[in-house]
Design a protein around this ligand. Structure first.
Ligand code: GLN
Length: 231
């Protein structure tokens, strides 16, 4: 069903990740997708005068869904990379992120990425963390899951030694679900920026960029940011 606050205008399909807190996740009570990205894309739709029909899926499904033009828009904490830009168009960047490691709270062995040789490191399939690990840590054993929660659960159960993933998601998980059980270690490993994704050649890119800029200028972006990342 249509999922925007405004009436009228075209309805565009929006592909999102089914679980990437606090950017997008299912509110079990309302049955609706919520989070920073969800508020942002609904505000952009209101501003630009279109409606959105949100469909959630595994992250790698969002990437392939853009490449095959199956959906009009993708918003999923998706990092803008040169590799993806060959097959996907992106909006202007809307969020600064990066990658970080998490380990069990009592782990004294892994203090940074320098300690990953011979270790089992879990992350999520098709993400920039998977690419980073394969490019920079050939001595680590990389284990990938379609959903990141499985990776965190393996870490909590001691089946893997570390998880590498996006800073805002790791911090959120470490401070909430896994409070006292997991901790982050080392520096932010790779600066990244998230962009809204489109099939290559989409005519929506300019309208979305314009609406995004309006929301930044009029303070609505800050309100949404504050709601999900404020104290
Ligand atoms: N930012 C990461 C990427 O683009 C992960 C995104 C996600 O899992 N939703 O690869």
């Amino acid at each position: 069903g249509s999922d925007s606050g405004s009436d009228g205008g075209e309805t565009y399909t929006v592909a999102t990740d089914n679980n990437f807190v606090p950017f997008e996740f299912l509110n079990e009570d309302t049955g609706k997708m919520e989070g920073f990205d969800m508020d942002l894309i609904r505000a952009i739709a209101d501003e630009a005068g279109f409606q959105v029909d949100i469909e959630s899926m595994k992250f790698d499904g969002v990437v392939t869904g853009m490449q095959s033009s199956r959906y009009d828009i993708g918003i999923a904490g998706m990092t803008i990379t040169e590799e993806r830009e060959k097959t996907i168009d992106f909006s202007d960047p809307y969020y600064d992120a990066g990658l970080i490691l998490a380990v069990q709270a009592d782990n004294e062995e892994i203090k940074s990425e320098a300690d990953l040789a011979g270790k089992k490191v879990a992350t999520r399939s098709g993400t920039t963390s998977e690419t980073y690990l394969k490019d920079n840590h050939p001595d680590a054993e990389v284990v990938t899951f379609p959903g990141i929660v499985e990776a965190y659960m393996d870490l909590q159960a001691g089946r893997v030694d570390a998880v590498m993933y996006d800073v805002p998601n790791v911090k959120y998980y470490v401070n909430n679900d896994a409070k006292g059980e997991l901790k982050t270690v080392g520096d932010v490993l790779q600066g990244e920026q998230y962009g809204i994704a489109f099939p290559k050649g989409s005519e929506l890119v300019d309208d979305v960029n314009e609406a995004l800029q309006t929301l930044i200028d009029n303070g609505k972006y800050d309100d949404i940011y504050e709601e999900w990342f404020g104290e």
